[in-house]
Structure formats: structure tokens, C-alpha cells
Design a protein around this ligand. Structure first.
Ligand code: ATP
Ligand code: MG
Length: 414
């Protein structure tokens, strides 16, 4: 993509109304725009990152048998009354039309997915079933101070699994733990992300969160020094030993919850009377699990972890482009144009800064702020030295490489 065609511009100073580093950097670099508190527009660069994250999630979830659907944001009030959550869910947005008819803006989708599945599942032969979507959620978040980590409108991957018995549910729950591990590893935050035991509420002993350690975190977790699993704030009081290895040797960390998984069991299937007939023709309750990941929260978490005082440093797997190609001297426009073409032909995604009237300093500052993994500079100076200047955003050293060798240096990870 030609940088001159990006209609967005980088901003030098941090926006005054953003305290969160993720939002501040993403706004300055032209990835997102704040529409109102807790509500953001994804601009061309930001959308590319979001799509890369979406691709990783979709790929891993599909491998685990997930079947994708798309449910609506507008949801019938009756369904929310059936589960009792019309009254009890504090962060639910309720809307009404001119006739006074009320509905809910989806904060989560059990109230839609369970009646949906009831239309198709009646026998043990229809189970198990794993449906998911990547879709917008609306929540009346009171503290919307964490940028895209906590939106009032935000994208979530939510998967709902349906099972004939507890054993089957537990088996799939373990599969999803691994799926989440894979997703966070591919997104570049595997090392910082810990499986965390949380209280399971009324329906199971534990649920699990995936918590990524960073000072920007709103949560406090206790990480076992021996095995690396963690316990969250709520249960540390009753759970004195590590639930995995039994030791009691924790370090306290700030962390962001990037995902969580729940055994819902019959909490929602009972509300909608979702049953199946077993082999003997007996009516049995269907059991459920649910599994969420916030895409914007994951993107914001990556930014919180990967940045320096010059800007963002995207992991290659989610970066908006692989290469930032920068032309510095008009005399080399055709040479750099050829490099642009040949990289694109090889399937490398390139943002080409072919803008004139920008100083070298401005171009480099923009590039560092945006954080594309590889920078290639075409200038008279580099040509005198025998080629183009090649630099990784994550490293300080640059080197001069021959034009013909560029492709060898730009190794694609995906
Ligand atoms: P939190 O405790 O942070 O409010 P939650 O327990 O309400 O999270 P869930 O309802 O389980 O979260 O949602 C699943 C996932 O969706 C979370 O793990 C998180 O990644 C993401 N998520 C939740 N709320 C938001 C939000 N307001 N903005 C962005 N992502 C969110
Ligand atoms: Mg919440």
C-alpha cells in the first residue's frame, strides 16, 4: 500500500484525554480513532492488525472443530428475562424504540445461542456441537480508561460448546485451554500469558482466565514460582496452594485478562429447557461451556508489551505490514518502485512511504511509531554504500544489503 493513500496521519503529541499507553500510541500512529469514551474506530492500519488477530483466532478455533456463525447485536428482552439477566446484569445496554418495545444490545450471546441451538439439537447424535462468532459486544463499562483494553463496544470471539455429559464437556474444556495457549503464542504474548485459576461462581469450582503480565494490567494475579500457573485476586484467599503443583510460593503481578473459559454446565440450557434424548430415549439436560477472547483487548495488550519510547514494535504475526519501504531521494523513485513491486509479487506486505515533502526525520519517526517489523530505506547514501538500508524495528543496528538480497532478509512467519 502506498503511504500517500493512507488517509490517516500520525500525531506527534499524545492525546490529552487518553491515559492508557495502548490508546495513546495507537491513536498517535494512526491505527485507531476515539469516537467517544470506550468507543473506537479502527483505521486502515488498525484494521489490518485486527484482521491478523482474527485470522489467528479463527484458524486455531476451526482446528478445534469450531463452526462459525454471526449472531445479532439486537436481542429480544424475553430471552434476557428468561435467564434473569435483564435485571441482574449491570452492564447491559437496554434500548427501546418509539413504540416502547425494549430489547438488549448483546453484552454476550448465551440468550441467543441457546434458543438457536435448541432448534437443531434434539438427540445425542447432534452432540457435541461447538459454535462461535467474532462479533461486537456492548457493555456499560464504568471505567473506560484503559483504551481498547476496555471498550463499551468491542469485538469478541465467543465460542459456546454443547455436550451430552460432564466428561465430554471437561474433555473439550482441556482442548480449548490448548487452543488459547496456541493463540496467545502466535500473537506474540505466549511468554507473558499465564493460565489463571478463577472462582467458577455457582456452577463449577474454577473457571480459567488467561492473564498477560504487564504494569498496564487492571487485575492482580499470583503466579506460582514453581509451575507458572496463576491464581486471581478473588480466590487467593481460599486457595492457599497452587491448584496445579500444590506449592505455596507465589509472586504478585499486574495483568490483563485477555481471555477466559467457563464451564456453564446447565445454567443456560435449563433456562431455555434445552434437552436431548439419550440412547435409551430419556430426556437429558445439555451441558455447556463458553470461551471468550477480546480482539481489541488482545491488540491493546500486544501494544502495552511491545513498545519503546519511539513507538510500537509489532510482532510479525500481527503487524499491519511486513515491510516499511521508505524512499528518501526523488532520484531513486523508479528503483524503489521496482523493489516495491518485487516484494509484493513475492507475497510480502509492504507499506511504501513514497511521500515527498517529508523530512528524513519525519519519515523515520513515523516508521518507528507505526512499528512495522522490517524497514528498508532507499536513499542516495545507501546506494553509495552498495544497496538499501535494512533494519528491524526491534533492533538498533542497520545494515546495507544488496537489492537482490532483500527477499532473503524478509522471512515471512505466516
Ligand atoms: P473483565 O473482568 O475484564 O471485565 P469479563 O470477565 O467481563 O472481563 P468476559 O465476559 O468473560 O470478560 O469476556 C470474555 C473476554 O472478552 C475477556 O476475557 C476479555 O478478553 C474481553 N473483554 C471483556 N470485556 C471487555 C471490554 N469491555 N473491552 C474489550 N474486551 C473485553
Ligand atoms: Mg466485565
Amino acid at each position: 500500500m502506498l503511504q500517500s493513500k493512507l488517509f490517516t496521519k500520525t500525531v506527534k503529541d499524545a492525546p490529552k484525554d487518553e491515559v492508557a499507553k495502548n490508546a495513546s500510541l495507537l491513536i498517535r500512529a494512526g491505527f485507531i480513532d476515539k469516537t467517544m469514551a470506550g468507543v473506537y474506530t479502527y483505521l486502515p492500519l488498525g484494521l489490518r492488525v485486527l484482521k491478523n488477530i482474527e485470522k489467528i483466532i479463527r484458524d486455531e478455533v476451526n482446528k478445534a472443530g469450531g463452526v462459525e456463525i454471526l449472531m445479532p447485536s439486537m436481542q429480544p428482552k424475553e430471552n434476557w428475562e428468561k435467564t434473569g439477566r435483564w435485571e441482574t446484569m449491570d452492564d447491559l445496554y437496554k434500548i427501546s424504540d418509539s413504540s416502547g418495545r425494549e430489547s438488549a444490545l448483546g453484552a454476550t450471546h448465551e440468550e441467543v445461542v441457546v434458543p438457536l441451538v435448541k432448534k437443531f439439537v434434539s438427540s445425542y447424535k447432534d452432540l457435541p456441537l461447538y459454535v462461535y462468532q467474532i462479533q461486537n459486544k456492548f457493555r456499560m463499562e464504568l471505567r473506560a480508561k484503559s483504551g481498547i483494553l476496555r471498550g463499551r463496544e468491542f469485538m469478541m470471539k465467543d465460542l459456546y460448546s454443547f455436550h451430552k455429559d460432564e466428561e465430554d464437556l471437561k474433555k473439550y474444556y482441556e482442548v480449548m485451554k490448548q487452543v488459547y495457549k496456541n493463540i496467545f503464542e502466535r500473537a506474540g504474548i505466549g511468554n507473558e500469558t499465564h493460565l489463571t485459576f478463577a472462582s467458577g461462581g455457582s456452577f463449577s469450582k474454577y473457571s480459567h482466565e488467561f492473564q498477560t503480565i504487564t504494569p498496564a494490567g487492571e487485575d492482580t494475579i499470583y503466579v506460582c514460582n514453581d509451575c507458572g500457573v496463576a491464581i486471581n485476586d478473588e480466590i487467593i484467599n481460599e486457595q492457599k496452594e497452587c491448584p496445579k503443583c500444590g506449592k505455596a510460593n507465589f509472586k504478585t503481578e499486574k495483568a490483563i485478562e485477555v481471555g477466559n473459559i467457563f464451564e456453564l454446565k446447565t445454567k443456560f440450557t435449563e433456562a431455555f429447557d434445552l434437552k436431548y434424548k439419550d440412547e435409551g430415549g430419556m430426556d437429558m439436560p445439555v451441558l455447556m461451556g463458553c470461551y471468550g477472547i477480546g480482539l481489541g483487548r488482545l491488540m491493546g495488550t500486544i501494544v502495552e508489551i511491545y513498545n519503546d519510547d519511539r513507538g510500537i514494535i509489532w510482532p510479525e504475526s500481527v503487524a499491519p505490514f511486513d515491510v516499511h519501504l521508505i524512499l528518501l531521494n526523488e532520484s531513486l523513485r523508479s528503483t524503489s518502485g521496482e523493489i516495491y513491486e518485487s516484494l509484493q509479487k513475492a507475497g510480502v506486505e509492504v507499506l511504501y512511504d513514497e511521500r515527498m515533502g517529508k523530512s528524513v526525520g519525519e519519515k523515520f519517526a513515523d516508521s518507528d511509531l507505526m512499528g512495522i517489523p522490517y524497514r528498508i530505506v532507499v536513499s542516495e547514501k545507501s546506494m553509495e554504500k552498495g544497496g538499501v538500508e535494512f533494519k528491524k524495528r526491534s533492533e538498533e543496528e542497520s545494515s546495507i544489503i544488496k537489492k537482490e538480497d532483500i527477499l532473503n532478509y524478509v522471512k515471512k512467519v505466516q
